[in-house]
Design a protein around this ligand. Structure first.
Ligand SMILES: *Cc1c(COP(=O)(O)O)cnc(C)c1O
Length: 399
């Protein structure tokens, strides 16, 4: 018997395609290479399911190589790396630490863990990072009060390096060590030196939204190998060298898992591609929004190379009445995630009693950047069409 297709199946009108919601475009989502499982399987095969292990050792060496420093310690987070850097420098309760104001809270929380006093430094307009002028004034005051800071935490926001030459010169003059928070700037350079390699310590983060990720994790780097040895010691409960459990100082459980280090290793192999992709995302935004007089972007100063972790734009209030808040909401309704610029730490309730040094003029630069800035989707895995959607969403509001 011949089986004929039924009339219905042949001639029925095609059912209407379900209305396809545009999928959500995220700010910065993890971008796997495909090699991660290889290193994870290695960890499983050898049963190194632990903090420490061969992936951790290799990840440390590979990252130290990539950034051109002598040594690195893989840790559970970037925040842990800042905490250990401050501890090794010898920050004690009541000590002062200078810190950039325009940054994620993680830059400054470890100052509080140690009972120290944060003093916040404004941004300058050219890099959006720590103002050398404001830093100079903060040092002048600290000197006359006879209470110099124990450390200065400089941040390279959204991938753009701070003016490291000027900042290092001031800190060196007072012999105060610098911690370079390069959580957002892996792959960036300043005068042909890797971001994160300038201070006594540099820190990186491999949180899920960073340019490369280990799902979570961080790295402390330094040219001082002894200091990194000390970090490894402190991050694994400060166990003295003895046949029994011997402890003579406070320690932490801050080591990176050998499984997660496997993810990190595969990700690091792709860092240059990721930087290129994010820079291409930035370039397209810049080109396709160039005719809008209200729009400008975080600059890339001469002599620096930004990984463009996030493309951040500013809306000029003298040209448009559209605020970042309104634009963010409009993009949200198109299923596009945008985020505010970090809210300056000197304006946070947590730090309401902290001192603050502004760059110049009445309104702090960091507050202006917060008020008029918006971070755009910038993932290295964004498609061309996704980016077109973001660009159209912005143009709809601003043209
Ligand atoms: C992400 C980030 C950190 C903290 O890193 P974690 O790994 O999430 O602890 C620190 N500083 C800045 C500027 C960051 O963006």
């Amino acid at each position: 018997m011949k089986i004929l297709p039924s009339a219905e199946s042949t001639f029925a009108a095609p059912s209407p395609a379900p209305i396809k919601e545009d999928s959500k475009i995220l700010l910065s989502s993890p971008h796997m290479t495909g090699n991660e499982m290889k290193y994870i399987e290695e960890a499983f095969r050898s049963n190194w399911i632990a903090p420490m292990g061969p992936n951790v050792d290799k990840f440390e060496k590979e990252l130290a190589n990539y950034t051109g420093v002598n040594a690195a310690a893989a840790l559970s987070s970037g925040t842990a790396a800042i905490h250990l850097a401050l501890q090794i420098i010898g920050v004690k309760p009541g000590d002062r630490v200078f810190c950039a104001s325009l940054t994620f809270i993680a830059s400054a929380n470890p100052i509080l863990y140690l009972g120290a006093e944060p003093v916040f430094i404004d941004s300058e307009e050219e890099t959006w990072n720590m103002s050398p002028r404001a830093l100079r004034r903060a040092f002048d005051d600290a000197l006359s009060e006879r209470k110099l800071p124990k450390a200065v935490i400089v941040v390279n926001l959204y991938g753009q390096s701070a003016k490291m030459d000027e900042l290092m010169a001031i800190c060196n003059e007072y012999r105060v060590p610098v911690i370079e928070d390069a959580a957002e700037s892996l792959g960036s350079r300043y005068k042909d030196k890797a971001s994160g390699s300038f201070g006594k310590f540099g820190i990186f983060s491999f949180n899920g939204n960073k340019i490369i990720t280990a799902s979570g994790g961080g790295m402390l780097v330094s040219n001082n190998e002894q200091a990194i040895q000390k970090a490894r010691f402190l991050s694994s409960q400060a166990k003295d060298d003895a046949p029994f459990y011997k402890h003579s100082e406070v320690g932490y459980n801050y080591r990176m898992s050998n499984v997660l280090a496997g993810i990190g290793r595969a990700q690091l192999e792709a860092i240059d591609d990721r930087v290129e992709a994010r820079r291409a995302v930035y370039k397209r935004y810049e080109e396709e929004l160039a005719d809008l007089p209200a729009v400008s972007f975080q600059p890339e100063i001469e002599g620096s190379f930004s990984n463009r972790w996030l493309t951040v734009m500013l809306l000029d209030p003298e040209v448009t009445r559209v605020t970042p808040h309104r634009l963010k909401r409009a993009l949200e309704s198109d299923n596009i995630e945008a985020r505010y610029v970090w809210k300056p730490l000197h304006t946070q309730k947590l730090f309401e009693t902290a001192k603050f040094y502004r760059h110049e003029g009445k309104v702090p630069v960091s507050e202006k950047l917060f008020k008029y800035g918006l971070c755009l989707p910038s993932g290295s895995n964004m498609t061309y069409d996704e980016q077109t959607r973001v660009i159209e969403g912005i143009r709809k509001m601003l043209v």
